[in-house]
Design a binder for this molecule. Sequence first.
Ligand SMILES: Cc1ncc(COP(=O)(O)O)c(C=O)c1O
Length: 490
Amino acid sequence: MTRDTDANLHQLCLKLQQLAEQSSRLQATAAQRADWKQRAEHLVTGYLDDLETRPGNVRPRQRRQVVSGFSEHAQEPTEVFGQLQDCLAADGLRHGSGRLFGFIPGSGNYAGALGDYLAAATNRYTGARFAAPQAAALEQQLLRWLAHELGYPDSARGDLTSGGSIANLTALLCAREQRQLQPDQLPKQVIYLTRQAHHCIAKALHVLGLSHCVLRHIDMDSGWRMSAAILRQQIQQDRRLGLQPWLLIANAGSTDIGAVDPLSDLAEIAHREQLWLHVDGAYGASFALCQTGRAILAGIKHSDSLIVDPHKGLFTPFGSGVVLVRRGAELAAALSASSDYMSDASLLAEGVELDAHQLSLELSRHFRGLRLWLPLQLHGLAAFRAALEEKLLLARYAWEKLQQMPGFATVGKPDLSIVGLFADIGTDQHDDFNRRLLDAVQDEGEVFLTSTRLHGRLVIRLAVMAQNSHREHVDLALERLAWHRQRLLR
Ligand SMILES: Cc1ncc(COP(=O)(O)O)c(C=O)c1O
């Protein structure tokens, strides 16, 4: 029996030694680290230096996949990085180009990318403070700073999420939990929003089981902002019907056209009617960092929850959202959960401050804070404030120029940095012509713009949000639009 056990153990040890030799290849040597890093840096440098001249090509030319499948054996770095270079340089949008004005342009930022590299290479875990006390404190400091910029009190707490969709989901979960809604109460709860709400709100309501509530799409003014007067009337009418007004979802910069709802008025109504006011500022809330934007967003500080996407207005790489809840205890209550296997984390936690995982839908999460913290430190806040002020003024500049451009019309002065425009050809071919105009601009690939529909008509959007967009890029976009309009009319 003992001899059998000894033999088994001996076999196991031999096998383990063999496996250790093989698996230790996963540990990069110092020479490999230096070689791969140099190759990666070379690739990045080539890509970034080329951004200005190549904003993207959205009609794919290369259809054959450039990356190969996996093999049991390690591939030559020259081959792997070569494939990657082709893959990253291939057709599609090049975020970071100042010539991108479509959707809500994301930019990315080199310092932010280095933040990601440092976070991933060290793999510090910031979800629980004991695991990386100083790194966790860095993220808390970042969230506190942002909350302060947006006018939230010290009681606010938040989470660094993967983006606006998850940030909205988290905030709406918090609103639901605060109300302690039971399923049978849902059909009487009323949610107020406008048709300008981003589609991720509908997704979040669906995920949270809130689609059974009464949804009231409140009419908007001529600038696509919720009408406070109509909201007031609707709330009174709903009360008369025996319904329970509950949740008010406002835009601080709608995706279509950048509309900012009258936040101060809405906050006043929410306070009086005891509604939870949630503000979706995924695109627009970052503008609170600059002087002009702060005035436009003045009421945001009175909301119960808000979200902002650093991967839009703070130029971080994709995958960065923030949710803030005014009374942080409500966020903790909404997300509280415990388990035996986490008891050591609780025992190791010091003080009363909550850990990030207790304020998040996620447990094992990326050290996201560094991708924003590092650029803020290396560039300084003033550069961010200036960039945001510049984007607002560029939109105003484009709007003013469009007033002087024959054959074009705008849908109204932009609240923030999205200009809605169209070629005014004065016929019932409006949509068809503007679609062809936009297709021509996209085909050419000098600048990239996208469209939406407002009042049922196609509108071309010039969304100024890329970190590298300056006056010459806006001029180029307007010039290409005018040129293609002329050509199509010939
Ligand atoms: C106003 C608004 N809310 C929410 C979102 C969703 O954010 P994300 O794409 O980061 O999930 C967007 C995205 O553009 C947005 O513009």
